[in-house]
Design a protein around this ligand. Structure first.
Ligand code: C5P
Length: 238
């Protein structure tokens, strides 16, 4: 159900507007990615990890030696992104950028920091806008990011804003990175997350904030199963 490739016959705006979208926005480490995947699997919906697109722009820029301040060239990079999302025989996600396996590089904190810098540029966001909207396909979509409910899918029937304490978010990211074989100090990670959250919340274009009609879900101290169940209960109410 991981529909990343652009299909030839994209659904038009009017055709797609009846297709349900569940948006999950929130700061890094709030659990969006994990919960989005669980909910999409449970419902048989497509999944959009919008943060991955911003991360891929940062990586593609690095590969092309484009400075993260050069908005014209970054926009060009965003428009030309050649990405493919796959899975290996074990079922783990594999991400290809310009034919290169970037799965490991994609998830580093350095790439996350680069992503939050390129994400401040309005033309880069515009360049990714339609690519994100094209994920809205039957039977439905679960979209995670920072502005899914506020900008990209403002008509989504269910918008959720996930939070968790800063301490727990840093610990979760630390564990995630460790599990992927990436070693970072918890203190350094907490600082990086704080910087990134500040940049994401204070930027002028599409800042991280709950949609007016979002439901709040604090995941501190909760298991993945119980958060997933809460979301599925809300879906059942629709
Ligand atoms: O969610 P993830 O950590 O992969 O996102 C990386 C960065 O991409 C975020 O810190 C944010 O700056 C940016 N982003 C965004 N809008 C989104 C998703 C991610 O600006 N919808």
């Amino acid at each position: 159900m991981f529909g990343w490739r652009k299909k030839k016959n994209q659904t038009t705006e009017t055709e797609s507007s009846g297709i349900p979208v569940i948006t999950l926005d929130g700061p890094s480490g709030s659990g969006k990615g994990t919960i989005a995947r669980r909910v999409a699997d449970a419902l048989g919906y497509h999944l959009l990890d919008s943060g991955a697109l911003y991360r891929l722009v940062a990586l593609a820029a690095e590969d092309a030696c484009v400075a993260l301040q050069n908005s014209d060239n970054l926009t060009e990079v965003a428009m030309q992104l050649d990405v493919r999302f796959d899975s290996n025989p074990e079922g783990d996600e594999v991400v290809w950028l310009n034919g290169e396996d970037v799965t490991q590089r994609l998830r580093t904190e350095q790439t996350g920091a680069g992503a939050s810098k390129v994400a401040q540029i309005p033309a880069v966001r515009d360049a990714l806008f339609e690519r994100q909207r094209a994920f809205r396909k039957a039977p439905g979509l679960v979209a995670d990011g920072r502005d899914m409910g506020t900008q990209v899918f403002p008509d989504a029937p269910l918008k959720i804003y996930l939070t968790a304490s800063a301490e727990e978010r840093a610990k979760r990211r630390h564990k995630q990175l460790k599990d992927k074989g990436l070693d970072v100090s918890l203190a350094a990670l907490s600082r990086d997350i704080e910087d990134r959250d500040r940049r994401d919340s204070e930027r002028t274009v599409a800042p991280l904030k709950p949609a007016m009609d979002a439901r709040f879900l604090d995941t501190t101290g909760q298991t993945i199963e119980s958060v997933t169940q809460t979301v599925l209960d809300w879906v059942a109410e629709l």
